[in-house]
Structure formats: C-alpha cells, structure tokens
Design a protein around this ligand. Structure first.
Ligand SMILES: C[S@@+](CC[C@H](N)C(=O)[O-])C[C@H]1O[C@@H](n2cnc3c(N)ncnc32)[C@H](O)[C@@H]1O
Length: 214
C-alpha cells in the first residue's frame, strides 16, 4: 500500500506513487483499462468517475470520446489527474456531499472507492452518487469484499437511494459472480427505469484487468 496516514483523514493517497504503479503495469503490457472497457459497453455519452484518483478511468473514457467528469476528495490524487488529463473536468469534493446539479449515463466507482469511505458516510455517498445517475443510467461499483464492506450493505444503501441491482460480476471482464468471491462489480439502476442503457456488446477479448485494486 502506498497510502499515507494523515491527521483527520483515515486514509490519504500519494498521487504520484499511486500513478507510478499503473505506469509500471502499462510498461509491462498489462491492460489497466478493464473498468473503462466495462463502462464503455453501456454506450454512455457522459460518465461521472466518482473517486477518480489520478484519472486512470476518466482519461481513458475521454480518449474514447466520452464526456467525463472526475471527482475525488484527495488533492494529491487530483493533482496527478489534472497533470495527466488537463482538458477534463476535475472536481475536488467529498462524494458523500456531492451536488453537481446534473446527471450522467454512468456513475462509476472503480478501484475500491466505497471501502475508503468512512462507515458513517457510506449511505450518504451512495445517495449522492445515485442522485447523479440519469433516469435510464447506471451506477457501477467494483470493490473488494474482504475489507469490511459487504454486498448486503451496498445493496441496502442502493435500495435506500432508489436503485435496484441489475447485474453483478466478479470481475470487470464479466466473469460470473458466485458467493464467496472476493471482488464484485455491481450495476444498479433506478427502480422505475425499465429498459435503460444496456451493454451494447460484451467487451471483446475477455481480458481481465490485472490492475491493482487499491
Ligand atoms: C484506490 S483509489 C481509486 C482511484 C481510481 N478510481 C482508480 O481506479 O484508479 C480510491 C479513491 O477514492 C477516493 N475517495 C474515497 N472516498 C471518497 C469520498 N468520500 N469522496 C471522494 N473521493 C473519495 C480516494 O481519495 C481515492 O482517490
């Protein structure tokens, strides 16, 4: 782990160090865009990268022509994101209190964002992320299940925010989910949404992102 402990915040990140891990993986030929590929399969025009970190997902989505906004509470991570993606809208804010005044086709939380959120803010975080999902859009979240935040709690918070589970996978390449798995990618949509954005096609290649999860 490269996160540093800082006073007043349970976990803080070092953006340069965090990004260096991904740069090293790219140099080794590893696909670090499994999350972006998954998001792109919904054919979104707009995406909110919630807990964007250094912009790994947002920058790839922008490169593919998607209008994207990245939000993160950590200034060190955002500094790196701004350096790497100067043309993208980056917002420094706590997701638990986010009010951008607009909605997105996809709101994605990639890289364990929920488990870095203090338990006292978790319900609020889901509520405000859900408030930024367009009526036919989706909330997508991938996180480890062995770090104190389980799927029951996630699904309950989503239900309280008016979202229902639509899909669940055990990896970003849509490996089927089974109980006992240590990772889940969950897709929720508004309860009244009916047929909203559906994946246009499964991601090609079936490549599993081997990017580190935190
Ligand atoms: C492990 S990083 C993942 C970064 C990026 N999504 C990725 O996949 O590379 C988790 C990020 O979530 C952010 N985060 C956690 N809780 C947050 C909150 N309440 N509001 C905004 N960002 C938050 C952290 O600051 C950190 O940048």
């Amino acid at each position: 782990m490269h996160e540093r402990e800082r006073a007043g915040r349970p976990t803080a990140f070092d953006g340069e160090t965090y990004q260096a891990r991904f740069d090293a993986l790219v140099d080794q030929g590893v696909d670090v865009h499994g999350e972006a590929t998954f998001v792109l399969s919904f054919g979104p025009r707009s995406v909110l990268d919630a807990g964007c970190g250094t912009g790994r997902v947002a920058i790839e989505l922008a490169r593919q022509g998607v209008e994207v906004v990245g939000v993160d509470v950590d200034s060190s991570m955002l500094a790196e994101a701004r350096r790497r993606g100067p043309g993208i809208g980056w917002v420094e804010a706590d997701l638990a209190a986010l009010e951008l005044g607009r909605a997105f086709n996809v709101v994605v939380l990639a890289g364990n964002v929920p488990i870095f959120c203090p338990p006292s803010s978790r319900v609020a975080l889901v509520r405000s992320c859900a408030a930024h999902v367009a009526p036919t859009g989706v909330l997508v979240a991938g996180f480890q299940l062995d770090r104190g935040y389980g799927l029951d709690e996630w699904d309950e918070a989503c239900a309280a925010a008016g979202l229902q589970l639509d899909q669940r996978w055990s990896a970003w390449d849509r490996e089927p989910f089974e109980p006992g798995r240590e990772y889940a990618v969950s897709v929720h949509r508004h309860r009244a949404a009916g047929a909203g954005l559906r994946p246009l096609s499964p991601p090609t290649g079936g490549q599993r992102s081997t990017a580190p999860s935190s």
